[in-house]
Design a protein around this ligand. Structure first.
Ligand SMILES: Cc1cc2nc3c(=O)[nH]c(=O)nc-3n(C[C@H](O)[C@H](O)[C@H](O)COP(=O)(O)O)c2cc1C
Length: 196
């Protein structure tokens, strides 16, 4: 079985259009029967920023190479996944801070990446990461879009060779029906995961 980690950062939960896109993709993948899906809903997790004692604790644990501490469970789970799907809406030209908080917690030297005399190298097992997002405006060809571009760079950092993004753009512009845009994105995403 392929271990698929689904990271849900759809803050509006049941109201989220991003989640509709993600659930369509997950349903298609689950129907194949080849994936063991682990769902991680970030809104339900006690994620903390690296600050004060929480930061100091991490420095001490890493100095002792104590990678088995429970606080590193997110990093281990991420680094052991064969495939990753991240779903998050477009917020403030990027994605919600909650996803950034998760990234901060999983970027652990010795678990998701390593550093040697040549510089950093990724330690993650996943072959692919698919990012699913929806945007109020149309940022398909905009240099202002920072969410997908940042995640793509992180994939390179973590050693994940293939990054794909499927975005439903212009949901709040009123130019097209929301359903029309979402259906198109779902179709694109389903094509993208045919060989996932
Ligand atoms: C806090 C917040 C910030 C947002 N920032 C942007 C933005 O910078 N650009 C944009 O085009 N839309 C922005 N939007 C609109 C969302 O991208 C859009 O409504 C998206 O479809 C929301 O996804 P959801 O339905 O999954 O929650 C923002 C929405 C919220 C609530």
């Amino acid at each position: 079985m392929v271990r698929l980690l689904y990271i849900d950062c759809c803050i509006r939960r049941e109201l989220s259009r991003t989640r509709i896109l993600a659930e369509a993709v997950l349903a298609a993948l689950q129907a194949k029967g080849a994936y063991q899906v682990e769902r991680l809903c970030l809104m339900d997790e006690p994620l903390m920023p690296l600050s004060e004692g929480f930061f100091d604790q991490r420095e001490s644990l890493l100095a002792e190479h104590d990678y088995l501490h429970p606080r590193f469970r997110y990093a281990h789970q991420f680094s052991q996944a064969d495939r990753v799907i991240v779903a998050a809406p477009f917020w403030d030209l990027s994605f919600p801070a909650l996803l950034r908080l998760y990234i901060e917690n999983i970027s652990v030297e010795g678990i998701t990446f390593g550093v040697d005399e040549r510089g950093p190298h990724g330690l993650c097992r996943a072959e692919r990461l698919l990012f699913l997002t929806t945007r109020g405006g149309d940022y398909r060809h905009s240099r202002l879009e920072m969410g997908a571009r940042y995640l793509e760079a992180l994939c390179e950092f973590w050693g994940i060779p293939r990054f794909d993004v499927v975005a439903a753009d212009g949901l709040d512009l009123g130019r097209e029906e929301v359903k029309t845009i979402l259906d198109r994105a779902i179709e694109e995403a389903l094509t993208s995961v045919e060989d996932f």
